[in-house]
Design a protein around this ligand. Structure first.
Ligand SMILES: C[S@@+](CC[C@H](N)C(=O)[O-])C[C@H]1O[C@@H](n2cnc3c(N)ncnc32)[C@H](O)[C@@H]1O
Length: 252
């Protein structure tokens, strides 16, 4: 059974539920951290009514459902049948079952004809794949004028690196992104815009995960996010140490 919509928004420590514009309960995990990223990418997608969207590695279908709720016809693919079953349940729970189809498929070998989708999106999925192979497949199935949007985890954030070493046994097998990897994915398309997120703001998690003081968490997160914005503007080389990158790749 999926967590109900209400349960997902009840956690008082989360900032994300305060936003009116993004359906934050559908961000599913690290909502506060993904909210600014969705606020960056959704305007790049524009009006979604009638648009065909492919989500790679849909997992339990949060993003697919979010985009379907905005009017898109979405196909979510994943390698794990039990995840797809949950994703289907989620789409039904949010009344968009008609607009989302799910399929068992490998993102590196897409069973769609060329020029099929207006948008492709993925969140924490390319790290499981060979980046360039996946990017080439995405380019092939995107319509001319389409965009592929990849939200991915980066390699060099010191605290995140330590956390992965200590707690994520499988992390050694994943292909986390450096800025060079971002450029390499972009090189498979005609255009690339990218923005990196979360440098010092990650340390706000201390007040959520280690010593749970919601008020401290909320305030430190807000302050550190603002500091990150200024820091990354003044010292762009620090982007390589961010936690997450959002790439928007354009096909002419
Ligand atoms: C970290 S989860 C992210 C799930 C979802 N995007 C989200 O943000 O909630 C990664 C997902 O990618 C899927 N995945 C990994 N490799 C894949 C591949 N080659 N093709 C399709 N899906 C893949 C996994 O099964 C998993 O559901």
């Amino acid at each position: 059974m999926l967590k109900s919509k209400n349960m997902l928004t009840l956690k008082g420590q989360r900032l994300a539920s305060r936003s009116d514009s993004v359906e934050t309960d559908l961000l599913l995990w690290w909502e506060d951290f993904y909210l600014p990223i969705f606020e960056y990418i959704l305007p790049k997608m524009g009006e979604l009514k009638g648009k065909k969207v492919l989500e790679l590695g849909t997992g339990t279908g949060g993003t697919a459902t979010l985009l379907a709720k905005r009017g898109a016809a979405v196909v979510g693919i994943d390698l794990l049948p039990f995840r797809l079953a949950e994703a289907k349940e989620r789409a039904a729970e949010y009344d968009v079952a008609e607009s989302v189809k799910f399929a068992l498929m490998d993102a590196m070998h897409l069973a769609f004809p060329d020029n099929t989708f207006d948008f492709i999106i993925s969140k924490s999925v390319l790290v499981f794949t060979e980046h360039t192979q996946t990017a080439k497949e995405c380019y092939r199935v995107l319509k001319p004028g389409g965009k592929a949007i990849f939200i991915e985890n980066m390699k060099h954030h010191p605290a995140v690196w330590l956390y992965r070493k200590a707690f994520l046994k499988y992390s050694g097998k994943l292909h986390y992104f450096s800025l060079r990897d971002v450029e390499a994915v972009g090189a498979e398309f005609e255009g690339l815009e990218h923005r990196e997120f979360h440098l010092s703001s990650v340390s706000a998690l201390f007040w959520q995960k280690c010593i749970s003081i919601p008020l401290f968490y909320r305030w430190t997160f807000r302050i550190l996010k603002a500091i990150d914005t200024s820091l990354l503007k003044c010292l762009p080389f620090l982007k390589r140490f961010c936690w997450i990158t959002a790439m928007v790749c354009h096909k002419n």
